[in-house]
Design a protein around this ligand. Structure first.
Ligand code: NAG
Ligand code: NAG
Ligand code: NAG
Ligand code: NAG
Ligand code: NAG
Ligand code: NAG
Ligand code: NAG
Ligand code: NAG
Length: 370
């Protein structure tokens, strides 16, 4: 009677043991395979693929994609919940700027990316710093700049930086982080990147120049859809003194504020009372000595904010500081110092093997590095 009973107990023990061990084994094997997927270097996977045979770019991006989602898994939930709250309450809202608000009250000082290496030794040996206004989603425009006239940044006396604002789109932020780790030429301010916040972007640029590049000679402010003939610009700079307190560019004289509330360019009397603006240099490209950036920055914060950055900074603020605005014909000429990048790309910069080779090499390095 005792013996079969004991056998039953043993059987039961065995069964319990098996039940306990199987999940453990399953668990172990799960972690093993999972680890292979998430922590094994994607670079290595990529190397193997390269050796084994050629793969298309789309296959490569899948490798990169898996890696990306793997690394961002942990911080994502926090960022995401923070983001939804932010999106609801900040984007497009904020104070009613047409009532006249001091720039100081809406500008948050500081930068997300400092990237002070763009200007070594505070720009002591930099003849020309080019700051390119760009929107977070304009990755391809930034690439086009880097691949065309932006190559001048390899010179020790020239620096190029892209000025961006903040976005609550996490996908986009992840993309910019990757772009940043690859090129290190992006400077992000703390304002939301919108058209109405363009003036904040220029203020952010002035702050950055004052903090990290005050010893450079000149700063050119331009946009990511412009082609800059850097050789011509250097020739222009050679003829001008960085000690002179002046801003050079295409001069706009006696422009009037638009008082039509429906216009994208509406400026209320509370924001700017007189019926004409002081002369200003137009936004697509203007040049200023780096050493006046501090005065411009400080004074800008003490003015009533409005969104036309060129009028605001090179017109009203510069006028208040008695900084001259000088018309330079080189900035006006259709084939001058700057013109739309599209035209440049259609001409000498898109045709030919050279350009295409640079593009495809760029793609490969982009996918490799991540
Ligand atoms: C692999 O390379 C060969 C020649 O180098 C090419 O003909 C072929 O299309 C490539 N295959 C893929 C999948 O890219
Ligand atoms: C963010 O929003 C969620 C609901 O969408 C809410 O429960 C939470 O309290 C909010 N957090 C803050 C800090 O406002
Ligand atoms: C966020 O905005 C949406 C509509 O834009 C609204 O339905 C939702 O209630 C808002 N959430 C909060 C927490 O205010
Ligand atoms: C946004 O925040 C303000 C206070 O900061 C609050 O009064 C308002 O209800 C919020 N709006 C939404 C849509 O959450
Ligand atoms: C966020 O950015 C990604 C990548 O640029 C884009 O595809 C997506 O549409 C954006 N999402 C929103 C809600 O704007
Ligand atoms: C400008 O940025 C501020 C925060 O930096 C934000 O509160 C505001 O909504 C933005 N303005 C627009 C029009 O997006
Ligand atoms: C840049 O300007 C020079 C004249 O200074 C001109 O010879 C050259 O063609 C221009 N380059 C481009 C790409 O426009
Ligand atoms: C700010 O502006 C006021 C008058 O608008 C002026 O008295 C003051 O000196 C200015 N401050 C600075 C730091 O420019």
């Amino acid at each position: 009677m005792g013996v079969p009973w004991l056998a039953q107990v043993r059987c039961l023990h065995l069964a319990i043991f098996a039940l306990a061990v199987i999940p453990l084994l399953l668990c172990l094997s799960y972690f093993n395979t999972n680890q292979l997927h998430t922590t094994a270097s994607p670079l290595r996977t990529y190397d193997i693929r390269l050796v084994q045979g050629n793969t298309s770019l789309s296959e490569r991006s899948i490798v990169v994609g898996t890696h990306a989602s793997g690394t961002s898994e942990a911080p994502q939930p926090v960022a995401a919940s923070h983001q939804t709250n932010n999106t609801n309450n900040t984007s497009g809202q904020g104070p009613d700027l047409t009532r006249g608000v001091a720039a100081e009250l809406i500008y948050e000082a500081g930068h997300v990316d400092v990237n002070s290496q763009i200007c070594p030794d505070l720009g002591k040996n930099i003849k020309l710093l080019i700051t390119v206004t760009s929107a977070p989603s304009h990755e391809s425009a930034r690439l086009a700049v880097r691949e065309t006239w932006g190559h001048f940044a390899i010179r020790k006396d020239i620096a190029i930086a892209f000025m961006l604002g903040a976005t609550s789109n996490q996908t986009l932020n992840d993309k910019i982080d990757k772009e940043q780790s690859l090129y290190g030429d992006i400077i992000r301010g703390k304002f939301i990147d919108t058209y109405d916040n363009l003036t904040l972007k220029t203020i952010s640029m002035l702050e950055w120049v004052d903090n990290y590049c005050p010893k450079a000679s000149f700063v050119l402010k331009t946009d990511d859809d412009m082609f800059i003939n850097v050789s011509r610009l250097l020739a222009f700079i050679a003829k001008h003194n960085p000690e002179q307190r002046a801003i050079y560019g295409r001069l706009a004289k006696k422009w009037k504020p638009i008082r039509n509330k429906k216009s994208k360019y509406y400026i209320s009397p509370q924001q700017y009372k007189p019926s004409t603006f002081p002369d200003f240099t137009t936004g697509p490209a203007y040049l200023l000595p780096a050493q006046i950036s501090k005065d411009l920055y400080v004074a800008a914060l003490n003015h009533t904010y409005f969104k036309l950055e060129d009028v605001f900074v090179t017109g009203i603020v510069a006028n208040g500081l008695k900084i001259k605005r000088i018309h330079a014909p080189e900035f006006l000429n259709k084939k001058g110092i700057f013109y739309p990048l599209q035209r440049a790309k259609r001409n000498q910069y898109t045709h030919g093997e050279k350009y295409r080779t640079i593009r495809s090499m760029e793609k490969i390095t982009r996918h490799c590095k991540v």
